[in-house]
Design a protein around this ligand. Structure first.
Ligand code: SAJ
Length: 434
């Protein structure tokens, strides 16, 4: 199948890079979003998200005339749905007295409904949003079939997960292997033809539900791996071991690859997607459920660490460094750092936070200051919450000059290997017994 014009529904972290990449590879692309603010920003040459290289790419796509934006889909050869699939904040499932989170599929539903009036025979529809297993066949197909056209017969339908890492989206979009799950082999082939426009990685065809599972399994595997790293950190503190050294040594085994402990698991993917599997079958997913709980509880272990370092937190001034959900990105969504700060404040600590990637960060209930100096200048203790390259690079001499604090609490092992004691500091590191 060949493609001249496509519509991409949802212009967020995945949709906008995808739409722009198709446009710079010669397709006519209509980017669709229901948020008028996003459309206005893009029409005025602005950008509502931060991702390295994205500004240049979007500018090139718009300038060439190949990327336009609209509030509604138009007739096209293919439609890509890349809208958010969060979980409900106020609705839960229950199994055996245990609550689990439920996927909020309203955006996928309304995007599918928006395609209905412009869906034509021979079109390809792709769902990219991370979704519970069977969404493509049980939710999207029936909506699109309200057009009178039959999925897999009159139009092609595919699930193809995005697997790009925030911070490296543009490179990974092109280079990563791409899984294309068709509701029929012909649909998968049509999906391959579309992504072959720019994907340089391997393109692998399968069925739609397998592709959905693949995506969820990848992120769940990572969540469970981080959960075990966090439990190892707790154990290491208990038995008097440095977990970072122990993990480093264990990872010298050719078949072991333990991830890193930290203040918790944030972002909009790893901390969300495993719930889709629990929701699909709560009776047979106790490990996935437990791993989510272990990682969600991690900010409380950071609180314990800070208490061990400082005693009572009442009135203690803490400089909290890093607010994003992970290193070297500016994304503050679902950030464990914010949760740690709330817990500290709840115990009476006075926290000033600094996020180098977003000096103007504005989070409810958190005092964020625009410079490192402002966060550090009157602190009693310095708490490293995100392993940003520039925070990791701080030297004992530099820090000693910027703060009267001599207590450092490192939750990410960012400051390992420097002569902190020589500069008068005492370092408390997560996963290391003092
Ligand atoms: N984290 C740890 N320890 C680690 C690694 C990560 O505590 O060893 C924490 C991070 O600090 C962060 C969270 O986990 O708070 C998630 O970060 P991440 O880098 O593991 O993942 P995301 O959410 O940025 O991106 C993931 C990626 N999935 C996998 O690596 C399997 C990415 O490829 C997906 O495309 C993305 O989810 C997505 O959109 O689903």
């Amino acid at each position: 199948m060949t493609f001249t014009k496509i519509c991409v529904l949802g212009l967020g972290y995945i949709g906008l890079p995808t739409a722009s990449t198709f446009a710079t590879h010669g397709l006519q692309v209509v980017g669709v979003d229901v948020n008028p603010h996003i459309l206005e920003t893009l029409r005025n040459g602005g950008l509502h998200i931060h991702e390295p290289g994205l500004r240049t790419l979007v500018e090139a796509a718009v300038k060439s005339g190949k990327l336009t934006v609209s509030e509604k889909p138009e007739e096209a050869d293919a439609f890509i749905i890349a809208v958010p699939t969060p979980f409900y904040e106020d609705q839960f499932g229950e199994y055996n007295g245990q609550m689990y989170k439920l996927a909020d599929m309203r955006a996928v539903t309304s995007a599918s409904e928006a395609i209905l009036p412009v869906l034509r025979k021979g079109n390809l529809v792709v769902l990219e949003s991370t979704s519970p297993p069977r969404t493509t066949v049980d939710l999207v197909a029936p909506i699109l079939e309200r057009s009178g056209l039959k999925a897999g017969v009159d139009f092609h339908l595919v699930y193809s997960p995005e697997r790009v890492l925030p911070g490296q989206i543009l490179r990974e979009l092109i280079e990563n292997a791409r899984v294309i799950g068709g509701i029929t082999p012909a649909s998968a082939q049509a999906g391959r033809d579309l992504y072959a426009v720019f994907v340089k990685g391997e393109i692998i065809q399968t069925d739609a539900t397998t592709a959905e599972m693949v995506k969820l399994m990848e992120n769940t595997y990572r969540d469970v791996n981080i959960a075990i790293a966090n439990e190892f950190a707790r154990l290491a503190e208990r038995v008097g071991v440095d977990v970072w050294e122990a993990i480093g040594l264990a990872n010298r085994h050719p078949r072991v690859r333990i991830l890193s402990p930290g203040p918790g698991v944030g972002g909009h993917c790893i901390s969300v997607d495993p719930w889709f599997l629990v929701e699909a079958a709560p009776d047979i997913t106790p490990l996935i459920y437990k791993a989510r709980n272990v990682n969600d509880a991690q900010p409380h272990f950071v609180l314990d660490l800070v208490k061990r370092a400082l005693g009572s937190l009442k009135g203690k001034k803490i400089a909290a460094l890093g607010l994003s959900y992970k290193p070297d990105v500016d994304d503050l969504r679902e950030s464990p750092a914010s949760e740690v700060i709330h817990l500290l404040q709840h115990k009476g600590a006075l926290v000033k936070a600094f996020e180098p990637f977003k000096p103007d960060a504005d989070l409810p209930g958190i005092t964020a200051v625009p410079t490192l100096e402002a966060a550090l200048k009157e602190a009693d203790a310095v708490l490293l919450l995100v392993n940003h390259t520039e925070l990791r690079a701080l030297t004992p001499e530099k820090l000693a000059a910027l703060t009267p604090a001599r207590i450092l609490i490192d939750t990410v092992n960012g400051w390992v290997g420097k002569n902190w004691e020589g500069a008068g500091f005492v370092v408390h590191c997560l996963g290391v017994r003092k």
